[in-house]
Design a protein around this ligand. Structure first.
Ligand SMILES: [Mg+2]
Length: 264
């Protein structure tokens, strides 16, 4: 599988870093992939930052990448909405700057005034008042869309509530059925593959969560590589094609695999 590999999509939280700490192999990743001629793109369900802010976060850990090598769930969400709604459509956002930025860039108007969509991502300043506004909008006919449904996010202290936990509050209150864009749905990965001009058959998804990363890779028709380290919930029926200790271990295997010269 590694020999035929032409492209990697790489999850960030729990794979490249945890909090603001780079994980083993993270700083060698980009130069090694460039040397081997393997295309790459970082993908994240994290809806709080823009690609430029992720680029700066990586740069602070001495990991240098172009911002267009980072695809976030807000970008994929905006891409999805562009397919079903006109520019200028009002959307109510439960989320942070990264989500607001992506939706505005895509031509949507972030507003509480008669929104056609309620778009939910992680929001660490969420208030009861905003939750209530989102629920009222749904009762008035707005469709519910979520960047992702991660129940929790890894931080150095343990696990904090994720976008899925906030989404659950709205779903519980309204009975609405959300459309979920990020992993484990394949949309985010499809947008990233398109960005780097790669086909799913020649690409692998690298991630630390079976239920999101590995399931999304499968759904997108890619090979899958699980990075151990973050204890996740066991997911019946979801198994990676390859399991590695960390990125350093993956790079060792890639260097030993003698990637076919045609890929260089
Ligand atoms: Mg992760």
């Amino acid at each position: 599988m590694l020999r035929g590999l032409r492209a990697l999509l790489i999850d960030m939280d729990g794979v490249v870093y945890r909090g603001d700490e780079p994980l083993p192999g993270a700083q060698d990743l980009v130069p090694t992939l460039q040397r081997l001629g393997i295309r790459f793109c970082f993908v994240t369900n994290n809806a709080t930052l823009t690609p430029q802010q992720f680029q700066a976060k990586l740069a602070n850990m001495a990991i240098k990448v172009d911002a267009d090598r980072i695809v976030t769930s807000p970008e994929a969400t905006a891409h999805y909405l562009q397919g079903i709604a006109e520019p200028g459509t009002p959307v109510l956002v439960v989320g942070e700057h990264g989500l607001v930025h992506a939706l505005e860039e895509a031509g949507f108007v972030v507003s509480r005034n008669q929104p056609a969509f309620v778009v939910v991502g992680l929001d660490r300043q969420l208030t009861y008042e905003r939750l209530a506004a989102a629920c009222l909008a749904i009762q008035d006919g707005a469709q519910l869309v979520a960047t992702n449904a991660d129940p929790a996010i890894p931080v150095p202290q343990g696990m904090f509530p994720g976008a899925g936990a906030l989404l659950a509050a709205i779903v519980t209150a309204t009975g609405a059925t959300p459309t979920i864009i990020g992993k484990p749905a394949p949309t985010l990965l499809q947008v990233a593959l398109e960005r780097i001009g790669s086909r799913p058959e020649e690409a692998a998804m690298v991630g630390d969560q079976l239920g999101t990363d590995i399931a999304a890779g499968r759904a997108a028709g890619m090979s899958t590589i699980l990075v151990e380290g973050t204890p996740g919930r066991p997911v019946p029926g979801v198994e990676p094609d390859l399991q590695v200790r960390n990125l350093a271990h993956l790079l060792e295997l890639l260097l030993a695999a003698e990637i076919e010269p045609s890929s260089r």
